[in-house]
Design a protein around this ligand. Sequence first.
Ligand SMILES: Cc1cc2nc3c(=O)[nH]c(=O)nc-3n(C[C@H](O)[C@H](O)[C@H](O)COP(=O)(O)OP(=O)(O)OC[C@H]3O[C@@H](n4cnc5c(N)ncnc54)[C@H](O)[C@@H]3O)c2cc1C
Length: 496
Amino acid sequence: MMPTTPDHDVLVVGAGFSGIGVSIALQRAGFDDHVLLEEGHDVGGTWYWNRYPGVAVDIPSFSYQFSFERRTDWSRVYAPGAELADYARHCADKYDVRRHVRFGRRVTAATFEERAQRWRVLTDDGAETTARFLIAATGVLTQPKLPDIPGVEAFAGTTIHTARWDQAADLRGKRVGIIGTGASAVQVIPAIAPEVARLTVFQRTPIWCLPKPDAALPGPLRATMQLLPFGDLGVRLASQAFVEATFPLPAHFGGVIPLGRAAERLGRWYLEREVRDPDVRDKLTPQYALGCKRPSFHNSYLQTFNRDNVALETAPITRITKRGVSVQGNRHALDVLILATGFKVFERGNMPPFTVTGRDGLDLETFWSQNRFQAYEGASVPGFPNLFTMLGPYAYNGASYFNLIETQSRHIVRCLTAARRRDAAIVEVTEEANDRFFRDMLARRGRQIFFQDSCARANSYYFDAHGDVPFRPSPSLEVDWRSRRFDLDDYRFAAA
Ligand SMILES: Cc1cc2nc3c(=O)[nH]c(=O)nc-3n(C[C@H](O)[C@H](O)[C@H](O)COP(=O)(O)OP(=O)(O)OC[C@H]3O[C@@H](n4cnc5c(N)ncnc54)[C@H](O)[C@@H]3O)c2cc1C
């Protein structure tokens, strides 16, 4: 039987940088019939949703950009969020992505229809769209997480999650509490402390905070970079080497490259230099190895705890009430409560944030909860034909997210191009290839820094329910090479 013609060749969920990047790759390969369904009302993903005071990238901007769309006119080495949102809009316009995007459409379910050899995708407006291939470009830090604290809904003042900042909120002169000291809190706390009457920081686990090699990039310097032959390329290569040396290499080769220990010494020295009160400094000192969770880089976070109007509360929160936050032995009356409690990460409801039903009614989340997170090259799962994920388990190695976008897009386009050449309507990774890849990922974990005892104290979102860390234990060059050279015979191609 001939398969029923779907509405589109390819349906992409999400129009953040992953959606933009894969759309550009699809266009370049001649797959013009693709649509992006996006819950928000503009492109940019992370930088569209996260607009809290102080939001900025935490790797140099020269790495946090597409390799084919390099900017040298960033205002700072680490660009603020608004510039990244602007860069996303620029890329979407320049590469003609916008005409493919349908905004304000949240995908709720996707089901593979075996007979028709296509995906049927439902959105929250009740509409259905079908496509031969489905690509989940929904990111990983998209579903804001509320703290698991009794009474969180009871607070009578203003409650704001950092990922859904209320731009109209006026914090001047207010008693503000912030729950969480992760990456977003590190940026928000110094940004709002000078304007609030009192800021109480509720900390469960301290974060390693290192100095950020940030600086404004004055016009003449930017002009010089533009004028020098290969100036932008030189800066990018230096930036890529810096990022590689600060995360993927020490994280995945911790036993071989002792950079983590050196960074911990730097972190302790920095705490000593920045925080005056020894008791507060003690509370801000992590009791786990640097690298168990993502460290932060900020030049005024630690100093902020020297301010008279900032207090660090480390007693466990017992409940949130109408008036504020109660901790063991104390109560804090508040006008505003900021939840810097992060996102759902490697857990149900986020990978991806909609139901995915593959061959024979197989549910993707159930498959993963029964078999542990796994995906061939982080991109595809047996039993789910014609489905690709930009950020599947073991896709991301911790370097710039843009490396991931470009390598995963290449992987997907290679599969789709091979399918077109072979006139195949089905592309499905084989179980053998997936098993081989998963075994290889697990075999490498002995040299990663995550599996040391102190990480148990880190409360790190890196760990999933099985105790695995589904990060790709590979240097970026290997990930890049694999996306160009993985064996296409690891996939089964079936004719229409
Ligand atoms: C505050 C913050 C700072 C960060 N800083 C860095 C950094 O410095 N360096 C770095 O490498 N990474 C950083 N990240 C990670 C960041 O998420 C990635 O760099 C990158 O932006 C992810 O792009 P994406 O397109 O894959 O996902 P996102 O940017 O999250 O975009 C996903 C899109 O999918 C949409 N979507 C999700 N579910 C649905 C659905 N069901 N239906 C329709 N649309 C849906 C969302 O609305 C969103 O627009 C940061 C993340 C956050 C939250």
